[in-house]
Design a protein around this ligand. Structure first.
Ligand code: AMP
Ligand code: GLY
Length: 424
C-alpha cells in the first residue's frame, strides 16, 4: 500500500471539506493543513504558515518531506505556488500560475473565449476611460462593467442605467476604487437566466465535471444586500438539466481545456465554470482556478470516489483511468456568519451547540480552537452541510442541524435553496 503525506494549503470551509474527504482515503497516512482553522485541527495537523507565503510553504513542505501538496485558494495559485512546489520536486495539485490566470484576469479569459468560440457575453476591453464611457453611451443599458483584476468579488457592476454604468467606469478607472485591478475594464452585454456553477477536475486533457451547484452570494434573504464570499450552496442545481450538461461539455468544458492547452497554459486542477443558462444556451460568466467556497462543501459531500486518487490522477495525467463517482442525492451547505459580515464584524465569540449537531457535517471556516472550545475567527464561521435523497430534504436537514448552534450575533440566510425550490 502506497502511503502519502499530504499538505492542504488554505484555511476556510472549502479546505475543511477537502481535508475531510482526504481523511477518508486509506492512502493518506499523514494530513497537514496550512494555516488551517479550529475545525481542521481535529482532522489534520495545522501548520502556522500563511497561505500566501510561497517561500515559507515550500520550505516547510520540503523540510517535512511532504509527498503531495493541494493548493486550494486563488491567491497562492495566482502567485505560482504550484510552480514553486514543482520546482522543489514536490507533486502539487492546482494550476500553475500561467493557467490560474483564467481567474486572475477577466480580460485574458474573455479573449480566450472569443478566440476559441466558447460562448460568453459579447464584450469590449478598455484601458482608456473616455473610450469606455463612449462605448457605454453607444450600447445603452442594462450593461455590465467589470474590473480586469481580482477585486474580492466586488469589481462587477450590473448597471441598469447608462448613468450607473458610467459611474462604475469612473469609479474603477479614474477613482481607482479597486487599485490597479481597475486600470483595465471589461464592459459586456447583460445576460439573463439562472446562474449555475460546475466544478470540474481536469488533468489538462480529460475533464470530469462534478455535480452542478449554486452559491448564494448576497448577504441577505431574497438576494439582497452586499456581495459576500458565499452564504450557502446547494448541489445539484435543479435548473441544470442533462441537456445543459451535454451542451456545456461540447461547447464549454472540453473546449476550455483544449484552448488552454493550445495556448501552452495546460490547466491541471479544479476549474470552476460560473455560467448563465441564457435563452440562447449556457454561457460562461467567469472561470475560477479552484474549488468554490461554499460550493466545494456541498459537492464534495456527494463524492464517493477516493479524492486522493482523483487529485493524483489530475497531477499525473491519468484522469481518464479513474472512475469518478458521486452519490445520486442532493446536498446543502448553510453558512453561519458573524453579524455584520461582509462589512464589519467581531471575532472571538464562543460557539456553542456543535456537539448537539446530528445528521450533518459542520465544516469550519473562521474558527479557532482554544482549550477545547471553539471561538469565531472570521466572517464566515461555519458551513452546516447535509445530504438527502432530494434537495428539499437536504435543505430542511441543514436548517434543522444548524438549530443547536449559536454564537453572539450569528447571522445566516433563511432561504438557501428554498427560492429555487419555490420557483419550480
Ligand atoms: P463575476 O465576478 O464575473 O462572476 O460577476 C459577479 C456576478 O455578476 C455574477 O455572478 C452575475 O450575477 C453578475 N454578472 C456578471 N457578468 C454578467 C453578465 N454579463 N450579465 C449579467 N450578469 C452578470
Ligand atoms: N463561492 C464563490 C467562489 O468561491 O468564488
Amino acid at each position: 500500500m502506497i502511503t502519502i503525506k499530504v499538505l492542504v494549503v488554505g484555511s476556510g470551509g472549502r479546505e475543511h471539506a477537502i481535508c475531510w474527504a482526504l481523511k477518508k482515503s486509506p492512502k493518506v497516512t499523514e494530513l497537514y493543513c496550512a494555516p488551517g482553522n479550529g475545525g481542521i485541527a481535529e482532522l489534520a495537523v495545522c501548520v502556522d504558515v500563511k497561505a500566501t507565503d510561497l517561500d515559507g510553504m515550500v520550505a516547510w513542505a520540503k523540510d517535512n518531506a511532504m509527498d503531495f501538496v493541494m493548493v486550494a485558494p486563488d491567491d497562492p495559485l495566482a502567485m505560482g505556488m504550484v510552480d514553486a512546489m514543482e520546482a522543489a520536486g514536490i507533486r502539487a495539485f492546482g494550476p500553475r500560475a500561467c493557467a490560474a490566470i483564467v481567474e486572475g484576469s477577466k480580460a485574458f479569459s474573455k479573449e480566450l473565449m472569443k478566440k476559441y468560440g466558447i460562448p460568453t457575453a459579447a464584450y469590449e476591453i478598455f484601458t482608456d476611460k473616455d473610450a469606455a464611457l463612449r462605448y457605454v453611451e453607444a450600447q445603452g443599458a442594462p450593461i455590465v462593467v467589470k474590473c480586469d483584476g481580482l477585486a474580492l468579488g466586488k469589481g462587477v457592476v450590473v448597471a441598469q442605467t447608462v448613468e450607473e454604468a458610467k459611474e462604475a467606469v469612473v469609479n474603477m478607472m479614474e477613482n481607482k476604487a479597486f487599485g490597479e485591478a481597475g486600470a483595465k475594464v471589461v464592459i459586456e452585454e447583460c445576460m439573463t437566466g439562472p446562474e449555475v456553477t460546475v466544478l470540474a477536475f481536469t488533468d489538462g486533457k480529460t475533464i470530469v465535471p462534478m455535480p452542478s451547484s449554486q452559491d448564494h452570494k448576497r448577504a441577505f434573504d431574497g438576494d439582497q444586500g452586499p456581495n459576500t464570499g458565499g452564504m450557502g450552496a446547494i448541489s445539484p442545481c435543479p435548473n441544470y438539466t442533462s441537456e445543459h450538461a451535454d451542451l456545456c461539455m461540447k461547447h464549454i468544458f472540453q473546449p476550455t481545456v483544449d484552448a488552454l492547452n493550445a495556448e501552452g497554459r495546460t490547466f491541471r486542477g479544479v476549474i470552476y465554470f460560473g455560467m448563465m443558462l441564457t435563452p440562447n444556451g449556457p454561457k460562461v460568466v467567469e472561470y475560477n482556478a479552484r474549488f468554490g467556497d461554499p460550493e466545494c462543501q456541498a459537492v464534495l459531500s456527494l463524492l464517493e470516489t477516493d479524492l486522493m486518487d482523483i487529485l493524483e490522477a489530475c497531477v499525473d495525467g491519468t484522469l481518464d483511468q479513474v472512475d469518478v463517482r458521486f452519490r445520486i442525492a442532493a446536498s446543502c451547505c448553510l453558512v453561519l456568519a458573524s453579524g455584520g459580515y461582509p462589512v464589519a464584524y467581531e471575532k472571538g465569540k464562543e460557539i456553542t451547540g456543535l456537539d448537539q449537531v446530528t445528521d450533518a457535517v459542520v465544516f469550519h471556516a473562521g474558527t479557532k480552537l482554544q482549550e477545547g472550545k471553539f471561538f469565531t475567527n472570521g466572517g464566515r464561521v461555519l458551513g452546516v452541510t447535509a445530504v438527502a435523497p432530494t434537495l428539499r430534504d437536504a435543505v430542511d436537514k441543514a436548517y434543522a442541524a444548524a438549530k443547536p448552534i449559536s454564537f453572539e450575533k450569528m447571522h445566516f440566510r433563511k432561504d438557501i435553496g428554498y427560492h429555487i425550490l419555490d420557483a419550480q
